[in-house]
Design a protein around this ligand. Structure first.
Ligand SMILES: Nc1ncnc2c1ncn2[C@@H]1O[C@H](COP(=O)(O)OP(=O)(O)O)[C@@H](O)[C@H]1O
Ligand SMILES: [Mg+2]
Length: 390
């Protein structure tokens, strides 16, 4: 599908961004390029759709030299998703998604059908969202539309450059799960760039770890966890010499201690602004440190549409599933799965909010704990994550 043959890129000024890269990516693979900032991930990706041209070497797409292809045609046939979503603000969601199909001359009815099909695929009602403008969506929703736009003209190859990097951990995890599900369903070839090893472990069929413009290890997630090629990889996957047995871990060992919150007496406008700013779909409502409930974006809209002044306390919904900091991680994991929720909140004996545990944090931890590969918890979680770690 894509082949790098001795590809190097030296920028003016002498920076060697990519150094003799050899890499073959098969059709239908979900490949994640991962490595520290500046190691050449973005440059490698951009050479595929020719936003950057190699200094030497050759890139092949479907056995054709990329540089022999028409650039415009090439880019229309490759989906591309970046961190700053890049939706056009004056176009509706539907028009944004239909952009490339229209450029390719699809008939209007077919474009519309495709838009509806895609929105339904990620659980966004076309009748509700199709006519909205990007500014009327949360960060997570905007990024979903960015992904749909890349899928719209049904390209076989999709490039993604830290697409979820600007999202809060909970929304990021939702989108990771969705993307993994979409890829398994649609069998697209995806080349995904990130500096986040947990994200790579969760998404990839194959992980390519880069350093200084070269590949240091190229293996399955499990292969990398079991046999890190060298000290650089070992430290990059954050594996301590003696991993703690998963049975011994408690919620406090893995929880995210900085969830996005709001006080109950705040206005709904402020709640919405905070969701948009923090790019989340819901907030935890906290008074004097004590968790009171949650407020979701979809509960705000009716009030905001009627221009009604109301406070967060009036739209409060139930406290989601709660656990204690010293609850065994296995118990929290079982709750996550049972209740089919994306997070459990962590509160102490006084009801004070201490953090949240998300599915992503569990997957990362459990994959690093190979010792206990037979525990029910891990099996549960791996299944929920769409088979990461195969
Ligand atoms: N347009 C450019 N001009 C000069 N140097 C660049 C340019 N783009 C990237 N670089 C340099 O090339 C190296 C690799 O960058 P990049 O591919 O963006 O890394 P990554 O995406 O892994 O963070 C870095 O040292 C970066 O500073
Ligand atoms: Mg980059």
């Amino acid at each position: 599908m894509v082949k790098f043959e001795q590809v190097s890129k030296v920028f003016a000024g002498g920076t060697v961004a990519v150094d003799n890269l050899n890499l073959t990516i098969e059709k239908g693979q979900f490949v994640v390029l991962v490595g520290p900032s500046g190691c050449g991930k973005t440059t490698s990706l951009k050479m595929i759709n020719r936003l950057i041209e190699p200094t030497s070497g050759e890139i092949y797409i479907h056995d054709q030299k990329a540089r022999s292809l028409n650039v415009v045609e090439l880019r229309r046939n490759i989906g591309y998703v970046i961190q700053t979503v890049g939706l056009l603000p004056h176009l509706t969601v539907a028009a944004n998604i239909a952009l490339v199909p229209q450029l390719k001359g699809w008939p209007r009815a077919k474009c519309q059908e495709r838009v509806e099909e895609l929105l339904q695929m990620v659980g966004m009602d076309p009748a509700v969202y199709g006519d909205r403008y990007p500014a009327q969506l949360s960060g997570g929703q905007q990024q979903r539309i960015g992904v749909l736009r890349a899928l719209a003209a049904d390209p076989e190859l999709i490039l993604m450059d830290e697409p979820f990097g600007a999202l809060d951990p909970i929304t990021r995890e939702q989108l990771q799960l969705e993307l993994k599900r979409l890829q398994e369903q649609l069998k697209k070839t995806i080349i995904f760039v990130t500096h986040d090893m947990n994200e790579a472990l969760m998404l990839a069929d194959r992980i390519v770890i880069m350093k200084n413009g070269s590949v240091v290890q190229d293996a399955t997630p499990e292969g990398i966890l079991r046999h890190p090629a060298n000290d650089f990889v070992a430290s990059f996957i954050g594996r301590s010499a003696q991993p703690q047995a998963v049975e011994e871990l408690e919620v406090k060992d893995v929880m995210n201690t900085a969830p996005v919150t709001i006080e109950p007496e705040r206005g709904l406008g402020e709640a919405l602004a905070r969701m948009q700013q923090q790019r989340v779909d819901s907030l935890l409502v906290v008074k004097d440190g004590v968790l009171k409930g949650t407020v979701r974006a979809r509960d705000l809209y009716p009030y905001l549409l009627r221009n009604e002044i109301a406070s967060v306390s009036e739209v409060l919904s139930l406290v989601p599933v709660a656990v204690k900091p010293d609850t065994p991680l296995s118990v929290a994991a079982a709750k996550l799965m049972d209740k089919n929720t994306n997070l459990v909140v962590v509160v102490d004996d006084h009801g004070e909010l201490k953090g949240v545990v998300t599915r992503a944090s569990l997957v990362g931890v459990l994959l690093e704990n190979q010792k206990s590969s037979q525990t029910t918890v891990e099996n549960h979680v791996l299944k929920a994550a769409g088979g990461a770690g195969k």
